[in-house]
Design a protein around this ligand. Structure first.
Ligand SMILES: NC(=O)c1ccc[n+]([C@@H]2O[C@H](COP(=O)([O-])OP(=O)(O)OC[C@H]3O[C@@H](n4cnc5c(N)ncnc54)[C@H](O)[C@@H]3O)[C@@H](O)[C@H]2O)c1
Length: 314
């Protein structure tokens, strides 16, 4: 499919943890007026350019925004995440499945390119925990995970059946300072920095040994833009690239913060999110992303901690 550069970009879920930063990066790259942001709630960052309130389940309103704004590429981030999904499975299924289908149907009609993220939540407890392969049986145990598996398959269906150019990454837990996330299982890895910067303590909701794949947001945003810039013919996969940044335990994360803030105190009191964390991989094999579009992470735990605390203390 050829790319029409006169067309604009739309970001759904633009007020979320990734949306705020991806919208800003896209506006920096393509110009503020070229990037329309939508969400069901307003935030200052999402309003720093064209913005509209739109529920992704409202197909008519979504289609009108696409039509009125000459949208050629959609970054579809509107979703319900893992921990919220377990509390409200129906909402998770509605937004993640029916919302995605609305986006894909409009993409087919308007010949759009789509970025649709997946997640390490597609993996269930039966996969190899270390170096989890790109191609492995996907048997997640959360409703969020199953919507992500079905979402990957639905995207592949639209690629194969309708020739829609759809790309996506199985993001690991993303760590950022511009927005405090809520509703995800890896939120502790962000909250811990806010706790450390604000009052030098934090109570972590997973145990000290919990080790999960993570990535610093600047790497995730760069990876997203690089995947969207890659020539289609070089991509062996579509909506489901494994992507690796770093892996560390909650205890190691606390220690990395203590190296910068020696008085920082972290206690561990696991809640229901421990079970979700225990069902996910420890490290991810991202050989396909490296080979097909040259993926390479820049941040490790040390450089991320330094950057996070510098920004939060400012
Ligand atoms: N943040 C992570 O660590 C992470 C990891 C893996 C995958 N992902 C995926 O990345 C995408 C974005 O995640 P995020 O972390 O920014 O999530 P988030 O919860 O911070 O943001 C999601 C946004 O979607 C909006 N939204 C919810 N329901 C909506 C609806 N019906 N219509 C329109 N907007 C709606 C919310 O208001 C919110 O601003 C999701 O697909 C998520 O599954 C995120």
């Amino acid at each position: 499919m050829s790319i029409d550069n006169t067309k604009k970009i739309l970001v759904t879920g633009a007020a979320g943890q990734i949306g705020i930063e991806l919208t800003a990066a896209l506006r920096e790259k393509y110009g503020t007026e070229s990037v329309m942001a939508i969400d069901i709630r307003e935030t200052e960052a999402a309003k720093s350019g064209p913005f509209k309130i739109c529920n992704i389940l409202d197909l008519n309103k979504y289609k009108k925004i696409v039509n009125d704004n000459n949208i050629g590429t959609v970054y579809h981030l509107a979703a319900i995440l893992s921990a919220t999904g377990e509390k409200n499975p129906k909402l998770c299924f509605d937004v993640n499945m029916n919302g995605l289908q609305n986006v894909l149907e409009v993409a087919r009609e308007y010949n759009q390119r789509i970025f649709c993220p997946s997640s390490i939540a597609v993996f269930g407890p039966d996969v190899p925990k270390e170096n989890t392969p790109q191609n492995v049986a996907l048997n997640p145990t959360t409703v969020y995970g199953l919507t992500k598996v079905a979402g990957e398959l639905l995207c592949d269906y639209y690629v194969n059946k309708y020739n829609v150019d759809i790309r996506g990454i199985r993001y690991p837990g993303l760590i950022s300072w511009k927005n405090k996330p809520s509703g995800g299982t890896t939120d502790y890895a962000v909250e811990i920095y806010f706790g450390a910067a604000q009052n030098e303590k934090y109570q972590c909701f997973v145990n000290e040994e919990t080790r999960l794949p993570m990535m610093y947001m600047p790497d995730a945003i760069r990876g997203t833009l690089e995947l969207m810039d890659a020539p289609l013919k070089s991509l062996k996969y579509h909506s489901n690239y494994n992507l690796s940044g770093m892996s560390f335990s909650a205890g190691e994360l606390a220690e990395s913060i203590q190296k910068v803030i020696p008085n920082f105190e972290c206690t561990f009191k696991p809640d229901s999110r421990q079970e979700i964390a225990d069902s996910w991989p420890v490290t991810i094999d991202d050989g396909a992303a490296k080979k097909d579009w040259g993926w390479k992470p820049k941040f490790d735990i040390k450089t991320m901690t330094k950057d996070m605390l510098k920004n939060l203390r400012n």
